[in-house]
Design a protein around this ligand. Structure first.
Ligand code: PAF
Length: 304
């Protein structure tokens, strides 16, 4: 067994192509990964991709487990993508724990880990941009300018490199999921995009790598997001009007100084466009985002 670990700096680590005892492969270079996967594909193996930025919690592992169940080979990418961070402090503070992530992937039967350096994924001079029309201007896009252009670019690159049969995304990031679906449709990328339901803690808080930065008190305060979504869902199911429901939720946030609401939207789950009535679409979603202390959180639930 060979274990190669190069410590580039004190925060990230960069393993070379390494074979661990459970046969999980770790690649840092694109050429080695594509060559390995080409062979697998020639042998008729189905490939599942789980793109991540690391700092795993049970939500990530749910994506990995689903891919392992549905494909012959599961590739998990770990890459904190700088182009999707509009706030440099958020990028700096984004939790990184590649050693622990790799152990978790091994324990969950992942086959391949791809953890490239930034210089491997991006040339110094880049001219290609991915624009996503109205989808990059609403909700998350409004508060995080440029975020979805970065997501679109890195997801397109990962899909082109791995060429998976299926790719798995958490539905907690509903806007990202909808946008990736549109992207692969419009660019004719031959992959099935699979959405995996949000995993929550016992109190209802949606699991997120950012939760690591919340104190115990802030974790309690953050429950207002899920409580508001469930209250709104209940009101709508009982015939409440969209405007009334919005007013109730917005007022609840005004009463609570510990949390700063950025948006609460009731949208068509397919297009993410605002609706005036539940009759406007087949399924509606309630989407919310805001700050607890310095940490920005998002959540959503579907009406059905
Ligand atoms: O959801 C994430 O973790 C990221 O946005 C993704 C899809 C891995 C792209 O960097």
């Amino acid at each position: 067994m060979i274990f190669h670990t190069i410590y580039k700096n004190n925060r990230t680590f960069a393993p070379l192509l390494t074979r661990f005892n459970n046969k999980m492969e770790i690649f840092r270079e694109i050429g080695q990964l594509t060559c390995y996967l080409k062979n697998k594909r020639l042998n008729g193996k189905k490939i599942g991709l789980v793109p991540t930025m690391g700092a795993f919690h049970e939500g990530h592992l749910t994506l990995v487990k689903r891919s392992v169940k549905e494909n012959d080979i599961t590739v998990c990418s770990i890459f904190v993508n700088p182009t999707q961070f509009n706030n440099p402090e958020d990028l700096e503070k984004y939790p990184r724990n590649v050693d622990k992530d790799i152990e978790m992937l091994k324990a969950n039967c992942c086959d391949v880990v791809f953890c490239p350096e930034v210089s491997t994924m991006y040339r110094k001079e880049r001219i290609v941009q991915i624009r996503l029309g109205y989808l990059e201007e609403i909700m998350e896009g409004k508060f995080r300018p440029g975020h979805f252009q970065g997501v679109g670019l890195i997801v397109t690159k990962l899909l082109n490199i791995v060429k998976p049969d299926r790719a798995y995304f958490g539905l907690k990031d509903l806007q990202q999921f909808v946008l990736v679906k549109k992207l692969v449709e419009e660019l004719n990328i031959d992959v099935e995009i699979c959405g995996v339901p949000t995993v929550r803690n016992e109190k209802g808080l949606a699991l997120s790598s950012r939760n690591e930065r919340l104190s115990e008190r802030e974790k309690e305060q953050a429950l207002i997001f899920n409580r508001s979504l469930r209250l709104a869902q209940e009101m709508l199911k009982n015939g409440g009007k969209i405007k009334e429901v919005r007013d109730v939720i917005l007022k609840n946030f005004q009463k609570d100084n510990s949390v700063k609401l950025e948006y609460f939207e009731i949208v068509d789950s397919e297009t993410l466009r605002n609706i005036d009535s539940l009759n406007d679409c087949d399924n509606a979603s309630l989407c919310i985002a805001g700050y607890v202390g310095k940490v920005r959180l998002i959540d959503n639930i579907s009406i059905n």
